[in-house]
Design a protein around this ligand. Structure first.
Ligand SMILES: Cc1cc2nc3c(=O)[nH]c(=O)nc-3n(C[C@H](O)[C@H](O)[C@H](O)COP(=O)(O)OP(=O)(O)OC[C@H]3O[C@@H](n4cnc5c(N)ncnc54)[C@H](O)[C@@H]3O)c2cc1C
Length: 365
C-alpha cells in the first residue's frame, strides 16, 4: 500500500473531530502510512558507514516535522524486539530545502539503540522523531569572527552541522576544529573535513589522537592539556568556543578555556555524574492519572525507579536536557540529582530523569 497516501484536509479534520487524533494515528501506523495527525514519522532513504562503527542515516520526515537549526538534536524512537526505545541524536547535516535530515550514530559497546541503528536499520524502515531541541546554535558570523570547535568521538555531529552550514555560506569565519578520537580510523567525516579545509583557508581541522601509534605531519596526540592548547591555540583568548563530547571531556576543556576564551558553549552526550545520595529510605509515589501507588527507593532517579516497576513514562535524553520526561508534581519534595537542590513547590514541572523523591510525592502520571 502506498505510504505517500494523504487524506484530504477536510476528511482528516472531520475524522479527527469524531474519533480523535490518537485513533487516526494508530490506524495510520497499522496500515503502514507515513502520514500522522500528531506524530513525526520519518523513513530511512539512505544509509552509509562513516567508519567501521558509525553510520549516517538520511531520513525523510512526514509533514509534521517543523524543521531544525544547525547544532540541534532530536529524540528518536525505534522498536526493538517489540519494545520502544528513545534516545537523543544530533542532526549532522545543515538544514536544507530538500526536507531531508541526517543523523550520524556511533555504536556504543553493548548499546541497545546505537547497535540497532548501526547494524539493523535499513532503507525503507520507519523511525519516529520528537521535536528538535538544543540551544547551542551557530552565531551570526563575519570574516572577523573567530570560532573554536572542540569535538570528542561522536560529539563531532552537531559541530559538523555547524561546519556544513558555514560552508554553504562560504565559510564566513575563522574556524579551528580540534577533533579528539582514539585512532585515525575513528575520525568521522574525515574525507569531507579534509576537502573543506583544502577548499576554505579559514577552516583549520586538527585531529588529536589518544592511541594512534604513528603520527603524520600536523597531527597531535594526547588528551586536552594546557601545553597542547598553548601550542595549538595561541589566539584562544579571541575565540568563541563550542564543545561537544562526553561529560569528562567537556569538563576538562572547560577548565582549560575558563578565564581565557571570551565565550564557552558546551553540550554533553553522556549523563553527568549524579550527586551521590546517602538516603536509603523508601518513598511512596502516588500516580494521579493512573490512580496507582508505587514504592521506590529515595535517591534513585524517578524515571529509573518507575521503569524498574514496569511503568514506562515518556523519556528522551535521560540527562535533563530534552524535557520529554517532564511531568507535573502535585505535592511532595524532590531532589535534583545534578545540583542537589530541593524542590518543595507544589504544582511544579519535574524532569523525572534527573530528580529523586525525598519522602512521598504525587505525580501527574
Ligand atoms: C543531546 C544528545 C545528542 C546526542 N547525539 C548523538 C549523536 O549525534 N551521535 C551519537 O552516536 N550519539 C549521540 N548521543 C548519544 C545517544 O543519545 C545514546 O546515548 C548512545 O547512542 C547510546 O545509546 P544506546 O542505547 O546504544 O546505549 P544504552 O543501551 O543506553 O547504554 C549502554 C551502555 O553505554 C553507556 N553509554 C550510553 N551512552 C553513551 C555514550 N554516548 N557514550 C559512551 N557510553 C555510553 C551506558 O552508560 C551503558 O553502560 C547524544 C546524546 C545526547 C544527550
Amino acid at each position: 500500500m502506498s505510504s505517500q497516501f494523504v487524506l484530504p484536509t477536510f476528511v482528516s479534520r472531520t475524522l479527527q473531530a469524531v474519533v480523535g487524533a490518537e485513533f487516526l494515528d494508530f490506524w495510520a501506523a497499522e496500515l503502514g502510512f507515513d502520514a500522522r495527525i500528531q506524530r513525526t514519522i520519518s523513513r530511512v532513504v539512505a544509509r552509509w558507514m562513516e567508519t567501521p562503527d558509525t553510520v549516517t542515516l538520511v531520513l525523510k520526515p512526514n509533514s509534521n516535522f517543523p524543521g531544525f537549526q544547525a547544532g540541534q538534536h532530536v529524540n528518536l524512537t525505534v522498536e526493538i524486539d517489540g519494545v520502544r526505545h528513545t534516545r537523543s541524536y544530533s542532526f549532522s547535516e545543515a538544514p536544507s530545502a530538500s526536507g531531508l535530515v541526517a543523523i550520524t550514530i556511533k555504536k556504543v559497546p553493548n548499546g541497545r539503540v546505537s547497535s540497532h541503528l548501526v547494524d539493523n536499520i535499513a532503507i525503507g524502515d520507519r523511525i519516529e522523531l520528537g521535536l528538535p531541541f538544543g540551544d547551542m546554535l551557530l552565531p551570526a558570523t563575519t570574516a572577523d569572527s573567530k570560532l573554536l570547535f572542540l569535538a570528542a568521538g561522536s560529539g563531532i555531529t552537531p559541530l559538523m552541522s555547524f561546519i556544513r552550514q558555514l560552508a554553504v555560506q562560504g565559510m564566513p569565519a575563522d574556524v579551528v576544529l580540534m577533533y579528539y578520537v582514539r585512532t585515525r580510523q575513528d575520525l568521522i567525516f574525515a574525507k569531507e573535513l579534509g576537502s573543506l579545509a583544502a577548499q576554505y583557508p579559514s577552516l583549520r581541522v586538527q585531529p588529536v589522537y589518544e592511541l594512534e601509534a604513528e603520527l603524520q605531519d600536523g597531527e597531535l596526540s594526547g588528551r586536552p592539556s594546557r601545553e597542547q592548547f598553548d601550542a595549538a591555540l595561541p589566539d584562544l583568548n579571541e575565540r568563541a568556543v563550542y564543545v561537544c563530547g562526553p561529560t569528562g571531556f567537556m569538563n576538562a576543556v572547560r577548565g582549560l578555556c575558563d578565564g581565557i576564551a571570551p565565550a564557552f558553549h558546551a553540550e554533553a552526550f553522556t549523563p553527568p555524574a549524579f550527586v551521590p545520595s546517602t538516603s536509603t529510605g523508601i518513598a511512596r509515589l502516588f500516580l494521579s492519572k493512573s490512580n496507582r501507588t508505587v514504592e521506590v527507593p529515595e535517591g534513585m532517579p524517578l524515571l529509573d525507579a518507575l521503569e524498574a516497576q514496569g511503568i514506562k513514562p515518556q523519556s528522551g535524553c535521560r540527562m535533563g536536557i530534552c524535557n520529554t520526561c517532564a511531568c507535573g508534581k502535585a505535592s511532595g519534595v524532590t531532589r535534583n540529582l545534578l545540583n542537589n537542590e530541593l524542590s518543595v513547590d507544589a504544582n511544579a514541572s519535574l524532569r523525572i530523569c534527573v530528580n529523586a523523591a525525598v519522602g512521598d510525592i504525587t505525580l501527574d502520571l
